[in-house]
Design a protein around this ligand. Sequence first.
Ligand SMILES: NC(=O)c1ccc[n+]([C@@H]2O[C@H](COP(=O)([O-])OP(=O)(O)OC[C@H]3O[C@@H](n4cnc5c(N)ncnc54)[C@H](OP(=O)(O)O)[C@@H]3O)[C@@H](O)[C@H]2O)c1
Length: 233
Amino acid sequence: MVAVAGRVAVVTGGRRGLGAALVDELLARGVRKVYSTARSAYIDDRPGVVTAELEVRSAESVAALAELAADAEIVFNNAGVLLPAPLLTGDVENATEMFDVNVFGPLRVARAFAPILAANGGGALVNMHSVLSWLAGSGAYGASKAAAWSVTNSLRLELAPQNTQVVGVHAGFIDTDMVSAVQRPKATPAEIAARIVDGLEAGDTEVLADDVTVAVKAALSGPVEQLTFSAAG
Ligand SMILES: NC(=O)c1ccc[n+]([C@@H]2O[C@H](COP(=O)([O-])OP(=O)(O)OC[C@H]3O[C@@H](n4cnc5c(N)ncnc54)[C@H](OP(=O)(O)O)[C@@H]3O)[C@@H](O)[C@H]2O)c1
């Protein structure tokens, strides 16, 4: 259970989308400092915000962030990428990039920050997955989020001895650039960010951030044919 007031947090991909909403939510709840990253330098001059460049595909870039943010107590692995394409005919490089950003990126961040979280009392690691971790039909993106879910669950075990709370987050569509081309009902980034921080502060290990995600998780024991993107409505 980690209350964010007075804490130091890191939000990867905090310049825009859900990451920006997480930064806003953390500031509203009294975080002492939040490191917010983007792939290029940018300015956020609100008190308590420290911007930093981060490319999660680069171990050197992740190491530089860890050096800068050595006082971090809560790390949000939010940065992610969606390059939609079928598995059979899509560009293999795009599939590789999605795994590198969505799976190995958060793992690089977790490896770099684990000793920092340990030194600062345990803290928390929050990893962003998707309802598509569980649903077929979004090609390599869903596959990467399924892998990310598994990574998070094993990290929870590996980080337990140092008392780090590990939170896996699953959500349906959120109204950000990532899904601007998708014509479906979407949650606002602000409401999802609030649910994530609520779960963190309540000591949860998993956040199911909306109703569709709750329904899909409940359907996991049912027929696999129903675990499809289109069946999720
Ligand atoms: N939107 C949805 O419907 C939805 C649903 C469920 C889960 N999610 C997940 O929620 C997270 C946030 O998504 P979003 O909707 O806010 O997406 P978004 O609007 O496309 O923003 C993506 C963020 O990730 C950062 N990023 C992308 N590639 C990166 C890289 N290689 N290195 C470092 N940072 C990188 C971007 O930074 P720059 O500013 O530098 O581009 C940006 O801040 C992702 O993990 C996504 O998979 C999204």
